[in-house]
Design a binder for this molecule. Structure first.
Ligand SMILES: C[C@](O)(CO)[C@H](O)COP(=O)(O)OP(=O)(O)OC[C@H]1O[C@@H](n2ccc(N)nc2=O)[C@H](O)[C@@H]1O
Ligand SMILES: Nc1ncnc2c1ncn2[C@@H]1O[C@H](COP(=O)(O)OP(=O)(O)OP(=O)(O)O)[C@@H](O)[C@H]1O
Length: 283
């Protein structure tokens, strides 16, 4: 008998560095970025239905059902595969939206991989990643599930093996619009391309940081506070700010001090996504 229900993790990501090399004719930006996953994220539960209906049962504030990336991913996969089955979906959402830790993209990728499994489509990662890219620039890395150096608009991926520290992640209570940051005239768009791998030390900056810090005092504050303990960085276009520590004990200590006034969490960096570890265990 085939499996009819499945619960899968949907991890967050960090951009350990992010350089903007230029702007394309279509307005999208050429980037170089290093992605790593966190062992921290949402959890999605799927149950197959035989009437072809796709239904997300969890409400999202401010996101209509059909605009949710989970529903969009499921519909696209159904359409492109010609599958006649449907799906009921529930999510335990803990990742902040607009935090630069990729929650929406990760949810879309977990949906693609979960449904590929439950609907027994047999699609390979290349095909799922290509479909994922039509949903968002960050979806492919979540589909592939390995820490990666990304180029292009984020879709050209090569596996990387950065250290896996414990991170303190601060979540300033502001939602940063990615489109807004990328259209800021003050954004630096001329970083020289890095041509050697792994990324040489001294390249950990995020070119979005000056623009985000200028616009959002809450992000500035988080960077200043975490910066007293370690190098404090911005992930994606923010708002989340993070810093690495060699042990959980040290990360917990700093987190306890900072989360008296700020929201945040501690999580381990991981080069293999917890989604893929779970899927492996099912085989
Ligand atoms: C900055 C990153 O977070 C790095 O991980 C991502 O590249 C952003 O990925 P995302 O949130 O999935 O972004 P998308 O939904 O594809 O794009 C949102 C908006 O950001 C701008 N955008 C995004 C990616 C990119 N390489 N150049 C851009 O200029 C575009 O205006 C786009 O309309
Ligand atoms: N399942 C979903 N989870 C989160 N956001 C979603 C989802 N579906 C649609 N969205 C929309 O996408 C927007 C961006 O959400 P997301 O959590 O991916 O941002 P982010 O963490 O800044 O991502 P990124 O790092 O990829 O820019 C949200 O503000 C919301 O309107």
């Amino acid at each position: 008998m085939s499996v009819q229900t499945l619960t899968l993790p949907s991890p967050a990501k960090l951009n350990l560095m992010l350089h903007i090399l230029g702007r394309r004719e279509d307005g999208y930006h050429e980037l170089q970025t290093l992605f790593q996953f966190l062992d921290y994220g949402d959890e999605l539960t799927f149950a197959v239905r035989d009437d072809g209906v796709i239904k997300l049962h969890t409400d999202f504030e401010g996101v209509p059902h059909d605009s949710n990336l989970i529903v969009k991913a499921a519909k696209k996969l159904q359409e492109h595969s010609g599958c006649t089955l449907g799906i009921d979906i529930w999510i335990d959402k803990i990742l902040p939206m607009g935090g630069g830790i990729g929650g929406g993209s990760s949810n879309a990728a977990t949906t693609l991989l979960g449904l590929n499994h439950l609907w027994q489509l047999g699609w390979d990662d290349d095909r799922l990643a290509a479909l994922g890219l039509t949903l968002g620039a960050d979806v492919p890395v979540f589909v592939r599930g390995h820490a990666a150096f990304a180029e292009g608009v984020g879709e050209k991926l090569s596996p990387e093996y950065p250290e896996e520290p414990w991170y303190v992640v601060l979540v300033p209570q502001v939602s940063v619009s990615t489109a807004e940051i990328f259209s800021d005239p003050l954004l630096t768009r001329n970083s020289p391309p890095i041509k050697v791998r792994p990324v040489p030390k001294g390249n950990s900056r995020n070119d979005c940081l000056p623009v985000v810090a200028r616009r959002y005092p809450e992000v500035r504050n988080a960077l200043n506070l975490l910066g007293k303990f370690t190098e404090a960085k911005l992930t994606g276009t923010g708002s989340c700010v993070f810093g690495g520590f060699p042990s959980k004990a040290e990360a917990d200590k700093v987190s306890a001090l900072l989360t008296e006034t700020l929201t945040g969490f501690v999580a381990k960096g991981s080069n293999v996504s917890m989604l893929h570890r779970k899927l492996q265990s099912l085989l």
